[in-house]
Design a protein around this ligand. Structure first.
Ligand code: ARG
Ligand code: GLU
Length: 723
């Protein structure tokens, strides 16, 4: 019996290698020793401290979902090109295409205000679990528990000490077993300083996305401005550059296999502590549904984009967004399978159950958890599947029906609040129309509609919309006929007709919308969803969440020897690992680093993904790499390490053992995208752009070397060994 479980003793420590997104305030207690043993040369105190400047003061959430870091005492901020992309695009015009051509502000005057962009820094973090859970008992009904917690959090929010320019945010951790409070400050005057052209910042685009070896110079620069006292302020011409308590020195020493690295940033969402049943559901139901619908939508868009350059420009961003999730989920399905995630979960659960059964108290408290969770997960499965097909086919990839959903709300408002309310809402809808039609081609949307509605009808249940859609398609001799019918009669695909309609009297607008075939079609499917699917999910999901919370707590008790990091939830975390290549398949070994020669190997003149600017070719030919070259004369571009990252870590600084900046995180390797559910040190790698490439592009390529004057570059005298 003993022997059977022996492998687990090995698995647990191995799982911890590189795994984890740790809370900065607990580093000293949880990780410092381990980090030092792995090579860290600073202390936890240098990473997070309330009484003196620490590295956390240089790290911010950039916009809604990325990370940025300060690299000068004057608020110079570095993040990814794909994080700054939306802003750079909005600031561009026909005369000044900063996306295509790049941009370098030559002085502070040339920095371009980027309205809407924000940088949020963390002033302090507090464990508020005890206060959040005050008067909450194990036996309470879920609804009562939640309302007690809401009351507690509300009080906490109101009573927490903060400066006027600070905000307070409280988040659940460990599936709601603990609560942490964040006092933050959000700067809202950010200005665009510089970015390389897309042919560098987006090099490899969708083909190379999620893939190693990678050659993207994925960076852009902004500057954070503050009021005279250094506090957040609305944009004003007399705002001043923000002087942070700490900014990151930049190392020119380069990286080698085995080097200790850290990534400090704002990872969005992971699910590392699910049951095997839940992971199975993701890999066999959720991911495949999403992949199937997007596969179709992407193929159809691609067909149009290849034939018509104007369509290509219009759809490029939509295509990239759709493909990003699609590619990640395909990688996730494969990774979970290849690296035996379900087998590992089964083994883990067997050990959990063994320990629970050996201990009367555990048995009483946790004995039922796993079986009950499994039952519920099975029970909810058809509804989850229905929801995924509905959202992917009728909402996320369906422009016509998304717009129908929005317009249909106008009818609801008219019915519930009458005509006066409606006037303003119609104006709002009309304002949003330009954005919608700017990059919209009805023929593309129609073809996508036909393709994905067929998938929807074939994968959802009869009374969940399948019967209706099939019948409609039958009446119009197929899905293309159905699409023809709806697109030619609905007002939505036609900008002129739409504008005409919205300029009419509110009652007339509502009357016409009620009869619009796209809106009728949408409402039928939406009603099926809200009547048949949603209520069941609303009934079962809270039960699953409750048991998952208990299961999380139980794991932490039963596996006392194991260190648990909380799943990512868009809060500040630190992860650490080491620079290392990997073997994606039998007999294949990937090195840890790419260089400029590799960019030139991929170069396809004129191609939208793999073109290269002439100036870069010239620098490459001349081997004019300056101080950015490796000891053997190459120009490093990207590197990988075992840091545990996820979406939201884009733009996060990669730090060396001393806390110097060595790179900028921007992606993960495709074979390891399963790390959100099942981190495996054998295969999971984060991808970073080497900071030497960033500096080379700014200095040698961009001719903006003056930007380096405000940075702090460090280079040790010791010669590094050659590769
Ligand atoms: N895969 C990276 C992430 O998840 C990069 C996405 C942007 N790049 C792209 N080609 N879509 O955000
Ligand atoms: N590209 C992702 C982001 O924007 C990071 C890659 C990942 O998911 O690890 O956050």
């Amino acid at each position: 019996m003993k022997k059977l479980f022996l492998p687990l003793l090995f698995i647990i420590p191995v799982l911890l290698q590189g795994q984890g997104m740790w809370l900065p305030l607990l580093l000293e207690k949880q990780n410092e020793k381990d980090m030092k043993s792995k090579g860290m040369k600073i202390s936890a105190d240098d990473l997070y401290n309330l009484n003196k400047p620490s590295i956390k003061d240089a790290i911010c959430m950039f916009g809604g979902g990325c990370t940025g870091e300060l690299i000068s005492g004057d608020g110079l901020l570095l993040t990814n090109h794909h994080c700054g992309f939306g802003s750079i695009q909005r600031l561009s015009s026909l005369e000044h295409n900063y996306v295509e051509d790049g941009y370098w502000a030559k002085s502070r005057d040339e920095e371009i205000p980027a309205p809407g962009l924000t940088a949020t820094f963390v002033s302090r973090i507090e464990d508020v679990t005890a206060l959040a859970l005050q008067n909450v008992s194990e036996t309470m009904a879920e609804a009562d528990r939640q309302s007690q917690i809401d009351k507690n959090l509300d009080l906490l929010r109101r009573t927490t000490k903060r400066e006027k320019w600070e905000d307070v945010m409280i988040r659940p951790f460990y599936d709601g077993n603990q609560y942490f409070l964040f006092v933050t400050k959000t700067y809202r005057d950010l200005r665009f300083v510089g970015a390389p052209p897309s042919s560098i910042g987006k090099f490899g685009a969708d083909t190379d996305n999620w893939v190693w070896p990678r050659h993207t110079g994925d960076f852009s620069m902004f500057r954070v401005y503050a009021d005279k006292d250094g506090h957040p302020a609305d944009y004003a011409t007399d705002n001043e550059p923000y002087h942070p308590a700490h900014f990151l020195p930049i190392s020119l020493n380069g990286v080698e296999t085995g080097d200790f690295t850290m990534v400090y940033g704002f990872p969005g969402r992971t699910n590392e502590y699910l049951t095997g049943a839940a992971v199975k559901q993701v890999s066999e139901v959720v991911d495949p549904a999403r992949v199937e619908v997007r596969d179709k939508a992407l193929k159809i868009m691609d067909g149009f984009m290849r034939k018509d350059p104007a369509i290509k420009i219009a759809y490029i961003a939509k295509f990239a967004g759709t493909a990003n999730g699609w590619k990640k989920w395909i990688g996730e399905i494969q990774g979970l399978k290849t690296y035996k995630a379900l087998e590992k979960k089964a083994e883990y659960e067997a050990e959990f159950s063994r320990r629970v059964n050996e201990n009367a108290d555990y048995k009483y408290r946790y004995g039922n958890l796993l079986p009950r969770l499994q039952e519920l997960i099975q029970e909810i499965e058809p509804y989850i599947k229905g929801r995924e097909y509905f959202y992917e086919a009728c909402v996320r990839n369906n422009d016509l029906l998304s717009k129908a959903a929005e317009l249909s709300k106008l009818i609801d408002i008219f019915e519930s609040s009458g005509e006066t309310m409606l006037v303003g809402k119609i104006e709002d809808a009309s304002k949003r129309m330009d954005g919608f039609y700017k990059d919209y081609y009805p023929e593309v949307d129609k073809a996508v509609f036909a393709g994905i509605m067929e998938i929807f009808a074939n994968n959802t249940k009869g009374d969940w919309g399948a019967d209706y859609v099939k019948e409609q398609a039958g009446n119009r001799s197929g899905y293309e006929g159905l699409a023809d019918y709806i697109f030619s009669r609905s007002v939505i695909p036609d900008k002129v007709k739409m504008q005409e309609l919205l300029s009419k009297a509110p009652t007339e607008v509502v009357e016409k919308l009620r009869k619009d075939p796209a809106i009728v079609f949408w409402n039928t499917l939406y009603n099926a969803y809200t009547n048949q699917i949603q209520p069941k999910i609303q009934e079962l999901q809270p039960q699953i969440d409750l048991l998952q919370r208990k299961y999380m707590a139980a794991q932490m008790v039963v596996f006392k020897e194991k260190k648990f990091f909380p799943d990512a939830n868009s809060t500040l975390r630190l992860t650490y690992g080491k620079v290392n290549g990997y073997s994606p398949r039998d007999a294949l070994q990937y090195e840890f680093q790419t260089d400029l020669d590799g960019v030139m190997e991929k170069y396809i003149p004129g191609d939208y993904e793999f073109d290269v600017p002439q100036k870069l070719i010239d620098l490459w030919k001349a081997k004019d790499y300056g101080q950015y070259a490796t000891p053997d004369g190459r120009l490093p571009v990207g590197f990988i390490a075992t840091n545990h990252t996820t979406g939201g870590n884009s733009g996060s600084p990669a730090l060396d053992a001393k806390g110097n900046l060595i790179g900028l995180n921007f992606d993960r390797v495709w074979e390891g995208t399963m790390s959100d559910l099942n981190y495996d040190p054998a295969i999971c790698r984060n991808i970073m752009v080497d900071v030497r490439y960033v500096l080379f592009i700014i200095d040698k390529f961009g001719g903006a070397g003056y930007l380096l004057d405000e940075m702090k570059l460090v280079k040790s005298k010791k010669k590094r060994r050659k590769r």
